[in-house]
Design a protein around this ligand. Structure first.
Ligand code: 0WE
Length: 174
């Protein structure tokens, strides 16, 4: 990237993974291996990518953005180890914001409401979740990917030049 682009302005971190059985078995059954896998892929990846990105962002007012979910704050049935991984991810956003702030790099997260996607199609009861949240959210509807994208564009742009260490909820108010 240094060769081809001369540096980096924006890093979007959008990766998460937990073993399928850890998203259905009771949370108390989570194995050490499953715990490590979910935290490694879903939370530590932000730390290592941010460290590398920061080197490419020197003198550039860089912006780092990651994706999280309310399962970090409240219990969502079956979200399990992913909720714990997202809690670690959101705390990492704050510590990275503190760490990289002096270099002019901002670090934020979007906490999106549920969206019908290919990844979501594999989740048992997802349709019911969409129905439940649209009934209770203040805006009385679900969100779409473009609404997340518009918030992302805001957060990585100069419009959000004083916003860092923040978790912005894009969830129709849920
Ligand atoms: O963060 C997520 C899901 C991320 C995810 C999805 C999978 C499915 C396939 C992580 N690991 C895996 N592993 C697989 O093998 N979301 C915010 C979407 C999501 O997932 C849920 C949800 C919601 C919402 C799982 C249970 C309950 C609600």
């Amino acid at each position: 990237l240094r060769q081809e682009w001369g540096g980096l302005d924006i890093l979007i971190h959008a990766i998460a993974f937990a073993a399928k059985e850890d998203l259905s078995n009771p949370y108390s059954q989570t194995s050490r291996r499953g715990f490590f896998l979910a935290l490694d892929v879903s939370a530590y990846s932000l730390v290592i990518l941010s460290r590398q990105a920061a080197k490419l962002m020197e003198g550039r007012k860089g912006a780092i953005l990651t994706m999280t979910y309310m399962g970090s704050e409240k219990v969502i049935p079956n979200y399990n180890i992913m909720g714990v991984a997202k809690a670690a991810l959101e705390a990492s956003v704050r510590y990275l914001a503190y760490d990289l702030g002096p270099k002019g790099i901002r670090v934020n997260a979007i906490s999106a409401g549920p969206i019908r996607t290919l990844a979501a199609s594999g989740i048992a009861g997802f349709k019911e979740m969409l129905h439940y949240s649209s009934e209770r959210a203040p805006l009385k509807r679900n969100i779409d990917a473009e609404e997340v994208a518009r918030t992302a564009l805001y957060l990585v742009s100069d419009m959000a030049s004083a916003v860092t260490g923040e978790v912005v909820h894009v969830d129709a108010g849920y």
